[in-house]
Design a protein around this ligand. Structure first.
Ligand code: SF4
Length: 193
């Protein structure tokens, strides 16, 4: 039994190394200064990021509560536009395409760069007391679940302290619900290691 447990831990470690190295690769490949614009709020506690992926535009939002160390919230998009079309939501007017894992993760990564530049007391997001990444800007996560799932695993490997939250209107898609349950079980299993 001890061997099985050791093997599981080694596997988890290898998977984590792989995900972190993929993440570093994404960091090098995606954002340039030209394809992101930042719009700060007049109160200085909210920033809207607009990303131009050439054939698709999307956005993320950064919230600071007191200080970034105290609580940082990043909302990122999973689609460009949204096919669901909720009448109260401007995003639902148009759907361009699903975002790739790389495009989802790079939104978060670009925002974090700014957080660490702004907060001189923090060298990494791991030091943040409450760090939340929410998949709830543009798009419906359960309609792009394969890419969202990969992004969740990668962000969890790099930012183990981040709470990852999915906002959904409740899509009847069994394979996406199954994936959600797998993720939940995976995180429960990890928290018990
Ligand atoms: S699912 Fe979300 S993003 Fe899509 S139209 Fe409805 S509220 Fe907007």
């Amino acid at each position: 039994m001890e061997h099985i447990s050791e093997l599981k831990q080694q596997n988890n470690c290898l998977i984590k190394i792989l995900l972190v190295s993929l993440y570093s690769n994404f960091k090098r490949n995606t954002m340039t200064a030209d394809n992101v614009k930042v719009f700060p709020s007049s109160e200085g506690n909210v920033w809207k990021y607009v990303y131009d992926f050439e054939d698709a535009i999307t956005e993320a939002v950064l919230y600071k509560y007191g200080s970034f160390m105290k609580r940082t919230v990043i909302c990122c998009s999973v689609q460009s536009g949204c096919p669901v079309g909720c009448t109260f939501c401007g995003t639902g007017n148009k759907f361009i395409r699903n975002l790739t894992t790389e495009e989802i993760v790079s939104q978060v990564d670009r925002v974090i760069e700014d957080v660490l530049k702004q907060d001189e007391n923090m060298d990494s997001m791991i030091e943040c007391y409450k760090f939340q990444i929410m998949f709830m800007s543009m798009g419906e996560p359960l309609l792009n679940f394969e890419e969202v799932e990969k992004a969740i695993k990668m962000l969890n490997a790099v930012y183990s302290n981040a709470q990852l939250l999915i906002s959904t209107v409740g899509i009847n898609k069994p394979e996406a619900i199954t994936c959600l349950i797998h993720l939940l079980l995976l995180f429960l299993y990890k928290s018990n290691l």
